[in-house]
Design a binder for this molecule. Structure first.
Ligand SMILES: [Zn+2]
Length: 795
């Protein structure tokens, strides 16, 4: 996951300058339908070849996909504005645009003939007439003369600086790994925790194999990032861009929503149900629905009343008898696990919901791995949840559940490993449809309380968390269970109530943290990040799997938690607080940082559905997925992910195209393997949003293209403005986008002939196009009648 994300982002960044110039305008095809802005291309048009040939485009081998990038060298210089007197062969009689853009005289690189383009696009599609439309929304994004201000320049410089920080930490540009690590045998590598609280790997000949930015570096960068985010110019610029992205999406849907639906209906063989989707964010203790859980407990009470379940020697029946509970109490309401209004803004009440009947011992018996029955009930219940996902229900849902490692005791990893790998009835607690993450609760205050009589520091917690991991990586033969478990873990999460009071950020080393005060979120995150990165460096050098860092962030509390995760993390869970900080929101958009959002969970805990920013984030093109968080508490059915999608669809007016895009995001964010992602998203999925295999993802090309174009456009604009070109930005962008826009405009005017309003519309063949300063014709088809259609044919 970590590698995949890095590749995506790097690729995205490197190819920015080529992206739009190489966009194949694949939606410009024949269509018999006419929308408000969609322009039909008459079926007998002989211009289709010339129309599309002006579009720069290249098609990679899979013809069902839109490879938006080319194989051309990355960071190629922008095409110079060309001489306006040069003919544009591909766009006959294109009227002059509104402003001073000069059409490119050169045929863009990698241009593909319209015939080939059409052939490629048609091939594999179920219909010989793929739906078509134009998206004019990109024109909303152009800058005009005089609009690039000094403030814009400052904002773009700052935003680029922020993005470089993410590269330094999350994409490891700031981490040095010695090449000799790869060739050094595991048995020769020694480790220790430095006084700085970070793992150090060395050998007799190498003092340190990895160098990680220190807490001083991190805090300095973090404070700088906070400054940038709070800067007025940056906030204004980000706000404007985000507003424009919202506006562009709205226009796109008004214009092309029906085309998307039509396109989806033609993608035979796939649909939303068959498209895989990953529930990226589930806490294991709450993975079963309340109904599944109650049924399970009832079954155990009936079939195993005499099983000793507590260390004190109590049987299951005795436990229930002592609590005054009988079979009649085995109802969902009596269990009292479902979230209600008592948990809103009350994380303490929320946590108590994990205990049926509010009895801690029930939680211990049924939802813990380290109890008297070695977690057998918990394993059986979890396997029942897996079985539900593995059933072929015509709905492909996968999961990423969290095991807990608290750092209270050194043997927690071993307990988890034994529980997962034990040969329970039906085998270990593994499923090909589930990946494990490890969640580390930020519970220093409780750790300190438990050890109040001894001198202990935060450093001890770090050692408890990471020592078993490094031991199992260096000496797998001595730690076979943990070594095996690590192969099944794809990432790390960090969890707790972000609203808890926290100490100010500092550069203290963990050994110096001995008070019971809760350390700052960013401080804790740095130490998790640093140690995970060292272990990743070691594991990747030995060909082992590595771990993504995907913590909870921005659920509540200080919005600047999201600045720390922007720097350090591949993706996050929640992130709803991004709607309180536009600079960060824009940065998350630019780098497509994944947000796994759980609107139903938020509704009960921190943000009512009507106030959820999910819909806003999605429409702006952020990388959002839907997840369930705690099905036990929030969902009523045994298909919690489908329930989550269903509620979101109704609450946020999501189309089925939207739903498929969200499903695709969930796979991109997940830790499933490269092989699985290629199977589900297409073999070029690493190109991120710029690539879409329509048949696998069930996302129509027109949507995929819209997203790719707008992301690329923002990247390009940011770079150009940050390079201090001033109004030259306009010229450079026009050079970049000219061919593509010519093509759009060319097709528009070529097809005005079919518009039944001859008085106001320029027709091909007219000697002079109308002045572009004049009001533009209104292209509306709502009032068109059959008679008018008939008249039109006779013209
Ligand atoms: Zn959660």
């Amino acid at each position: 996951m970590s590698k995949m994300s890095n590749n995506d982002l790097t690729h995205l960044e490197e190819s920015t300058n080529d992206v739009i110039a190489s966009l194949p305008d694949t939606n410009l095809h024949r269509s018999s339908s006419i929308g408000q802005i969609s322009i039909p291309i008459s079926s007998n048009s002989s211009n289709s070849s010339t129309q599309t040939s002006s579009m720069a485009g290249s098609m990679a081998p899979p013809t069902l996909c839109i490879p938006i990038t080319t194989d051309a060298p990355t960071n190629a210089p922008p095409a110079p504005p060309s001489d306006s007197s040069s003919p544009t062969p591909s766009v006959p009689k294109t009227p002059k645009p509104h402003h001073m853009r000069k059409p490119s005289s050169k045929r863009p690189r990698d241009m593909m003939s319209a015939a080939t383009l059409n052939e490629n696009l048609n091939e594999g599609l179920s219909s010989s007439n793929p739906p078509t439309s134009l998206s004019f929304t990109r024109s909303l994004m152009f800058y005009g003369h005089g609009t690039v201000t000094t403030e814009n320049f400052q904002a773009c410089k700052f935003l680029q600086e922020a993005r470089d920080m993410r590269k330094k930490y999350c994409m490891l540009k700031g981490v040095y790994t010695s090449p000799s690590l790869k060739s050094t045998p595991l048995s020769s590598i020694q480790y220790s925790f430095s006084k700085e609280g970070v793992l150090s790997l060395r050998s007799s000949s190498t003092s340190s194999f990895l160098k990680i930015p220190s807490i001083f570096d991190f805090m300095s960068d973090y404070n700088r990032l906070k400054q940038i985010c709070q800067d007025g110019a940056t906030r204004s610029f980000s706000f404007t861009r985000l507003q424009l992205l919202s506006s562009a999406f709205k226009t796109h849907i008004i214009a092309n929503g029906h085309v998307e639906m039509e396109a989806q209906s033609r993608l035979l063989g796939t649909d939303f149900y068959r498209t895989p989707k990953v529930d990226n964010h589930i806490h294991l203790a709450a993975a079963a629905s309340a109904k599944q859980f109650v049924d399970f407990v009832r079954e155990k009470l009936e079939n195993e009343p005499d099983t000793v379940v507590l260390e004190e020697g109590d049987t299951l029946k005795e436990v229930f008898d002592k609590a005054g509970l009988d079979a009649d109490h085995l109802t969902i309401d009596a269990f009292n696990v479902l979230a209600d209004y008592s948990v809103y803004q009350r994380f303490d009440n929320f946590n108590s919901k994990y205990s049926p009947f509010k009895l801690a011992q029930m939680r211990r018996i049924f939802l813990k791995v380290d109890n008297h029955i070695e977690g057998r009930y918990f394993a059986e219940l979890t396997k029942r949840v897996f079985a539900r996902h593995e059933q072929d229900k015509g709905h492909r849902a996968l999961t990423e559940m969290r095991l807990s490692v608290y750092g209270m005791e050194r043997q927690e990893w071993l307990q988890n490993a034994k529980w997962v790998l034990k040969n329970w009835e039906g085998g270990p607690v593994l499923s090909k449809k589930n990946k494990w993450l490890v969640q580390i609760p930020r519970l220093w205050r409780i750790y300190k309380f438990k050890h109040k009589d001894s001198v202990s520091s935060f450093h001890d917690m770090i050692e408890n968390i990471f020592t078993p991991m490094v031991e199992a990586t260096l000496r797998p033969e001595e730690n076979p269970e943990v070594a095996e478990l690590l192969k099944n873990v794809v990432g790390f999460d960090s969890v707790d109530d972000e609203g808890n009071p926290e100490a100010p950020c500092c550069t203290k080393h963990p050994k110096e943290w001995t008070t019971s005060e809760n350390p700052a979120y960013a401080w804790q995150l740095y130490y998790l990040w640093a140690n995970i990165k060292v272990i990743n460096g070691l594991r990747s050098s030995k060909g082992l799997n590595t771990f993504a860092f995907r913590p909870h962030a921005g659920e509540t509390g200080d919005v600047m938690h999201l600045a720390a995760t922007y720097m350090l993390c591949e993706s996050i869970n929640h992130g709803i607080n991004l709607d309180k900080q536009v600079s960060l929101q824009y940065l998350y958009f630019l780098d497509q940082v994944g947000l796994s959002i759980s609107p139903l969970s938020n509704n009960f805990l921190f943000r009512k559905m009507k106030d959820s920013p999910f819909s806003k984030f999605f429409r702006r093109g952020m990388n959002v997925a839907l997840s369930t968080d705690d099905p036990l508490l929030f969902h009523l059915s045994d298909d919690p992910l489908l329930e989550e999608y269903s509620v979101a669809r109704a609450s946020f007016d999501l189309s089925m195209t939207d739903m498929c895009e969200i499903a695709r995001n969930s796979i991109m964010q997940s830790g499933f393997s490269d092989t699985e992602k290629r199977e589900w998203l297409g073999k070029y999925y690493k190109r991120g949003v710029k690539h879409c295999d329509v048949l696998k993802t069930h996302i129509p090309l027109i949507r995929a293209k819209f997203r790719a174009e707008h992301l690329a456009l923002e990247h390009m604009m940011l770079k150009l403005i940050a390079s201090d070109k001033g109004d030259g930005v306009l010229e450079m962008m026009m050079g970049q986008y000219g061919a593509s826009r010519d093509a759009h405009r060319g097709i528009l005017y070529e097809n005005f002939i079919t518009v039944p309003d001859g008085e106001t519309v320029w027709m091909p063949g007219q000697t002079e196009p109308p002045s572009m300063d004049a009001p533009q014709p209104s292209v509306s088809f709502e009032s068109k009648t059959e008679d008018e259609d008939e008249n039109n044919k006779t013209k």
